[in-house]
Design a protein around this ligand. Structure first.
Ligand code: SAT
Ligand code: MN
Length: 585
């Protein structure tokens, strides 16, 4: 069963020897296998069937209440030298990590089944693709990996007799904090995760492989693994341009990747390539090419509705697993921000009675949907192109109530990389160890996901730029700026296309700009705002650059970048001096 690959067999044997499962099942990714596992989970109440008319083929899954988001303080980079993990990562020496993990994992699958999952990240036949093998005792993880990755025998064919696969070890153990470790060993291309079966901690193809391990592989092999959506914008004038955009978790990547053009911009079409992860590689033509390594969506549910994201609503209308939403008496899922008003009664995400008078949310703020990307009606025909798509623009964004303009274009690649590295964002519910709403630096939205020293990572970004004769232009965006009345100034969602149109017209040399100390903001009247109820003052406030405020921001940035010591690119020091000069200090 499984594969004749000797490296895989011996590693799986090693895992089994430690974990001592009663059974080992080699998964094939088939529909029959999915049905069998689903039936078992239904019998054991690990899954709750949803109303078959309203949610065909869909289920609700409730997590353990202490296991609903990524756990950054339990996430470690385990490389021999602490400095190579850098000041932004938790580090543990590889031997120490293995000692701890061995103790936690010892006999952890007694009485249970160990599943062996072969999977490929990236389109088949793509030079970008990577093979992974995950062991796990969680059926939820198996059925989720089947959606999120290309899982099954194709991975064995792809691997042949090579040992070039990423070893992904997952054991549920007890869902308790002292059993929880999400450890990455970049030198060995090994991931070892225990004590959690939450998505980002347990679907090891996702953040662990496709970002943390992949970023480290990309550094060696000359490419980038990024926390970015990828989308195509087809213009009524002909042609489709592609862009990638990095935003921290739960800041609207899925919504942007699937946006529906507002009426005033009809004629434009959006094509989704990916909503969370992009692997970027310089092409022989001097452009930067992007693929989405994933095959599914693991999106934030609350706030998703017909107005904010009708394409996602259609995508999740069937064959979807909902994790930690509320359940209505008619067997349908509900969440805060659903199109339907709050139900008179429901079960909340923990399965407890809930009414509109309850003081806690019905759905967990980080509740998620898991659905195949193939179900997305806006899916790009290029989503499985082995070469990917060529990028015209890269966007970096965060959630900032103040300071950051709606959009600006950076002056060149180096300034763009510096600007991406300076991004700060207010914390969301996607990770569980921080105070929601406080701002923190999140360079390139990669703070929790970079598998090595971020100072080296900045240098790697600069070196990629040297290989690009036609680099994408780099922009900074902020949909979340607020006015003096504490209300959002910008409507967001589909209207964000207006900003994308300006960006892409800048890329083709058509839209006008005006220079500020930060970069080029849209010239008056160059943003396509027709049909939008937005005062001139609001537009001015959205694009304003307050030099005094930015002098403070720059001081904070200098302090932040100092943590990287001599790993910080000297180009960043020059960028800060140049910014200071432009701000008039
Ligand atoms: O890390 S997850 O994949 O669970 C989601 C996110 O935080 O982006
Ligand atoms: Mn993400």
């Amino acid at each position: 069963m499984g594969t004749p690959n000797a490296y895989v067999r011996s590693w799986v044997e090693e895992c089994a020897k430690l974990l001592r499962p009663d059974h080992v099942v080699w998964c094939d990714g088939s529909d029959e296998e999915r049905r069998r596992l689903t039936t078992e989970m239904l019998l054991q109440r690990e899954l709750i069937p949803l109303n078959a008319d309203r949610h065909p083929g869909s289920y609700l899954r409730r997590s353990s209440p202490n296991d609903t988001a990524r756990t950054e303080k339990k996430t470690f980079i385990c490389c021999p030298n602490r400095d190579d993990a850098g000041p932004t990562n938790n580090w543990m020496a590889p031997e120490e990590a293995k000692r701890k993990l061995t103790a936690v994992s010892d006999g952890a699958m007694k009485g249970r089944t160990m599943y062996v999952i072969p999977f490929v990240m990236g389109p088949s036949g793509s030079p970008f693709r990577k093979v992974g093998v995950q062991v796990t005792d969680s059926r939820y993880v198996v059925i989720s990996m089947r959606v999120m990755t290309r899982m099954g025998a194709a991975a064995w064919d792809d691997l042949g007799d090579s040992d070039d696969f990423i070893r992904c070890f997952h054991a549920t153990v007890e869902l308790k904090d002292d059993q929880k470790f999400i450890c990455h060993f970049p030198q060995e291309r090994l991931i070892w995760s225990t004590g959690s079966d939450y998505g980002g901690n347990a679907l090891l193809g996702k953040k662990c492989l496709s970002l943390r391990i992949a970023s480290s592989m990309g550094r060696q092999e000359g490419w980038l693994a990024e926390h970015m959506l990828i989308m195509g914008v087809e213009s009524p004038h002909g042609g489709t341009q592609y862009l990638a955009a990095a935003f921290p978790s739960a800041c609207g990547k899925t919504n942007l990747a699937m946006l529906v053009p507002p009426a005033a911009l009809n004629g434009y079409r959006i094509w989704t390539v990916g909503d969370d992860i992009a692997w970027l590689r310089p092409g022989p033509d001097g452009r930067l090419w992007a693929v989405n390594p994933e095959a599914g969506l693991f999106g934030v549910v609350p706030g998703t509705n017909q107005r904010t994201n009708p394409v996602a609503m259609e995508t999740i209308a069937r064959d979807t697993v909902f994790t930690n939403t509320a359940l209505r008496p008619d067997g349908t899922a509900w969440w805060e921000g659903h199109d339907d008003p709050p139900p008179k009664e429901a079960l909340d995400w923990k399965g407890l009675p809930w009414t509109p008078a309850s003081t806690t949310p019905a759905a967990h703020p980080n509740s998620r949907f898991t659905a195949p990307l193939r179900q997305c009606p806006a899916l790009s025909s290029k989503w499985e192109d082995p070469q990917g798509v060529p990028l015209d623009a890269i966007l970096f964004g965060g959630r900032r109530a103040h300071t950051e303009p709606l959009v600006y274009e950076t002056f060149d690649w180096i300034h763009g990389v510096f600007t991406g590295a300076s991004t700060a964002s207010e914390v969301t519910a996607a990770a569980q160890d921080h105070v929601v709403g406080t701002a923190r630096r999140d360079p390139m939205a990669m703070l929790p996901f970079c598998g090595y020293n971020m100072g080296d990572y900045f240098n790697h970004w600069l070196s990629i730029g040297r290989k690009l004769s036609r680099p994408p232009k780099i922009f900074r965006v902020n949909w979340f700026r607020k006015g003096s009345d504490d209300q959002f100034l910008w409507p967001g969602f589909g209207e964000n296309l207006r900003v994308l149109v300006w960006i892409l017209e800048r890329c083709s040399g058509r839209a006008l700009s005006q220079t500020t100390p930060l970069g080029e903001v849209p010239a008056p009247d160059s943003l396509p705002l027709r049909g939008l109820d937005l005062s001139r003052d609001a537009v001015k406030a959205l694009l304003a650059v307050d030099s005094a405020e930015w002098r403070g921001e720059l001081a904070a940035l200098r302090e932040y970048f100092a943590i990287f010591g001599d790993r910080l690119p000297s180009a960043f020091l020059r960028e800060m001096d140049a910014l200071a000069a432009r701000l008039g200090t």
